[in-house]
Design a protein around this ligand. Structure first.
Ligand code: SAH
Length: 345
């Protein structure tokens, strides 16, 4: 049986028409889905007959909260179970300007970044648009709090799952549902250049973040194998074109790894690489992942590094480390859960 949430708006309308329904029903049902209904039976403004025929024809999948970790700073991390038994992570962070949710886009990742936990077991599958929407819906329903900002920076590479991510962005923006503005959303990529161009065409208002982590081709290849396929000069050219076209700032994430990319020379390389671009650099002290053997730069070093960038004319901030007392680095909670599943007791 097909899942009703797997249907696009046009397909949902057609499905309801086939059941003899008027088109406004589609909006009502989508609203219920976005409010976290787990069954057609909960949809109390539909007739009993319609609820029954929908249940006869379609499943209505949903994610379930399997683990919740609450940090002393209020950050909440969720391990979310998918209908096929896999799981992904979402993190809710509280800021002065509201709640920000970080969601996953794939089960695992195949990009192979050397410092990242999500990629260790490879990619198992892409998430569907409805599963990403359900990460958002579950987080709101579970906490009883609205989410104001959304970042696609959890497990997975959004541009390696472009079609479903695009459909998800259209659904979360839909006025019958969450009606989240595109400007409140940030998509982060390790640098799949052709998709960066498509994205700027398709979603010019959505914020773009690029995982940079090194400012020379050679160093970047060592940390991020994707740099071999999409070279740093091509990536930066794309970023310059996108920021000129959209008039929007591109953010660069730069994870500071002690002795690997946090030297004075690295700061100078960033300055010359990004000179003149409308951009911002987000410095993130590494969240150490045991298997990688890499360690974080100190807070002091991160601040010095930021000052060097700022002096060189590159706006930069050191990200507040949230949730460091829980398994906050993406992929760590999922890895732990699957290890426990494989080795009970
Ligand atoms: N695949 C996308 C989005 C997911 S990763 C991307 O690469 O942008 C989100 C961000 O977290 C990326 O900048 C990634 O490089 C960074 N990251 C991954 N592992 C990390 C770790 N252990 N510590 C700090 N940042 C990490």
């Amino acid at each position: 049986m097909k899942d009703f949430k797997d249907l696009t708006r046009e397909e949902r309308r057609a499905a309801l028409k086939a059941l003899g329904q008027q088109s406004f029903r589609e909006g009502q049902i989508f609203e219920w889905i976005c409010r976290g209904a787990r069954s057609f039976d909960e949809m109390s403004n539909l007739s009993k007959e319609l609820r029954a025929s929908l249940s006869d024809s379609y499943t209505l999948g949903s994610l379930s909260v399997e683990v919740e970790q609450i940090s002393s700073d209020g950050t909440r991390k969720y391990l979310l179970g998918l209908p096929d038994g896999n799981s992904v992570e979402a993190v809710l962070m509280r800021y002065e300007y509201g709640n920000s949710l970080c969601i996953s886009t794939q089960v695992g990742c195949r990009m192979g970044c050397s410092f990242c936990a999500s990629t260790i077991g490879g990619k198992l599958r892409d998430l569907k648009a409805w599963e990403m929407l359900d990460e958002f819906v579950r987080a709101e329903k579970y906490t009883g709090e609205p989410v104001n900002h959304l970042v696609l920076m959890g497990i997975g590479e959004p541009f390696d799952n472009y079609a479903e991510v695009s459909e998800f962005l259209r659904r979360i923006h839909d006025k019958d549902g969450k009606n989240l503005s595109f400007r409140s959303i940030t998509v982060s990529t390790c640098g799949l250049v052709p998709k960066i161009y498509s994205f700027a065409e398709d979603f010019p208002q959505v914020n773009l973040a690029i995982s940079l982590h090194a400012a020379t081709q050679e160093k970047r290849e060592r940390l991020m194998p994707v740099a071999k396929a999409y070279r740093l000069d091509e990536l930066i050219k794309a970023c310059r074109e996108v920021s000129e076209k959209t008039g929007r700032r591109v953010s660069f994430e730069y994870t500071l790894i002690a002795g690997k990319n946090d030297g004075d020379e690295d700061a100078r390389e960033i300055i010359s690489l990004l000179r003149g671009m409308l951009c911002h650099v987000n410095l993130i002290p590494l969240n150490p992942v045991r298997e990688t053997g890499l360690s974080a730069s100190t807070r002091k070093r991160a601040e010095e590094f930021r000052d060097k960038l700022e002096k060189g004319g590159i706006p930069a901030t050191v990200r507040r480390t949230l949730g460091s007392d829980i398994d906050a680095a993406c992929g760590q909670l999922r890895k732990k859960a699957s290890a426990n599943a494989h080795h009970p007791g």
